[in-house]
Design a binder for this molecule. Structure first.
Ligand code: ADE
Length: 358
């Protein structure tokens, strides 16, 4: 039944595919970088991150050798920082085992750190023409609708079955285009949230969901587990022009990144001042700041903020806190976008907003 989608889908893709930087030049390294970024962020938002990343680190060797802070800085604002750490691990394996060239082999790609079925299929098909599927959330939505399937697309067994169905129809010679066409259709036509553009869809002629009026009901996904809520009190500790930051521990959420000092819970002014004194600092004034929140995949931070001005000290470091010029932070220290609401008080910009018009 699915066989009939191949020709109209490719014809549609030939006429409608967006021109994207990683499509102009499909070397495996570029495909890999783009696919990892696209797993977490929209195409439009990825573009400037992608351009900056491949300019700074143009190949596997450069990535393998990049110092960690620099690497995390290049990823700042994309989130899921373990992904870029795994990319560096994989780059080192590619250097050591394959002389710096990605293997043109699905199983070898799959064996690299951070590369699962989706990414191995995407790199394999787009860069090497290997006939393996690349089924992401977009493709699962398209297929569920085409088949009017009520199966839960969060289940691995459902995903695997869909991958097997797709694999059977991947056309020789156009594996990469075919996979990207399915993704593209899901991204710009067969979209979620009541906005599907069925009038423009090249597969409307055989879509079971459309025939049965189920487009908006599908796909089915089991409800996600609720996020844990954490209260944090975030501090802008200012000493003259300089502001305090510190490095996060090497394991856990936002591991190894830098952050504004922050404390567990919703603290009042007196509690904050006591803590600041406990760090060996001398507060002069304290000012409450607006609250903010940041959503991670499993946790939500609800933040209370204070700006505290400090008496000048000679020491650069107190209990892991160190004082830096805000511009230095912007250029050198990776600070997660979770702190973006407070970065404004330091006159720096973090995360995706770095790329938006100022
Ligand atoms: N989303 C995931 N992979 C993509 C690709 N290659 N092109 C556009 N959007 C994508």
């Amino acid at each position: 039944m699915l066989e009939q989608i191949v020709k109209p889908l490719l014809a549609w893709y030939d006429g409608h595919a967006r021109i994207l930087p990683w499509r102009e030049d499909c070397r495996p390294y570029r495909v890999w970088v783009s696919e990892i970024m696209l797993q977490q962020t929209r195409v439009e938002a990825v573009k400037p991150f992608f351009e900056r990343f491949v300019k700074a680190l143009p190949d596997v060797k450069a990535l393998a050798q990049c110092p960690e802070d620099e690497l995390l800085k290049l990823w700042e604002g994309l989130g899921y920082y373990n992904r870029v750490r795994n990319m560096q691990k994989a780059a080192r394996v590619v250097m050591e085992e394959y002389g710096g060239e990605f293997p043109a082999d699905y199983d070898r790609l799959l064996a690299l750190p951070g590369i699962g079925c989706y990414t191995a299929g995407a790199i394999g098909s787009i860069a090497f023409g290997i006939r393996m599927p690349a089924v992401d959330g977009n493709v699962l939505r398209v297929l569920s609708r085409l088949k009017a399937s009520y199966e839960d697309i969060c289940r691995q067994s459902v995903k695997t079955a869909m991958e097997q169905e797709v694999q059977k129809i991947i056309p020789a010679g156009r594996a990469g285009d075919f996979n990207q066409a399915l993704i593209e259709l899901g991204a710009i036509v067969c979209v979620p949230n009541g906005k599907a553009r069925c009038q423009e869809c090249p597969l409307a002629f055989c879509c079971q969901a459309k025939a049965k009026g189920l487009t908006e009901e599908l796909p089915k996904k089991k409800a996600k587990k609720e996020r844990r809520i954490e209260e944090r009190t975030v501090l802008i500790l200012r000493e003259g022009e300089r502001v305090a930051i510190r490095k996060r521990p090497p394991k856990g959420l936002l591991a190894g990144l830098y952050e504004l000092p922050n404390l567990d819970g919703v603290l009042g002014e007196e509690e904050v001042l006591a803590q600041v004194r406990g760090w060996g600092l001398s507060p002069l004034r304290i000012l409450p700041l607006a609250g903010a929140k940041h959503i991670f995949s499993h946790v939500e931070w609800r933040m209370t903020g204070y700006a505290v001005s400090l008496e000048e000290t000679e020491d650069m470091e107190h209990d892991g806190l160190f004082f830096i010029e805000p511009k230095e932070t912007e250029e050198r220290y990776p600070i997660p976008a979770a702190f973006a609401a407070y970065a404004g008080y330091m006159d720096i910009v973090l995360g995706q907003e770095r790329y938006e018009e100022r």
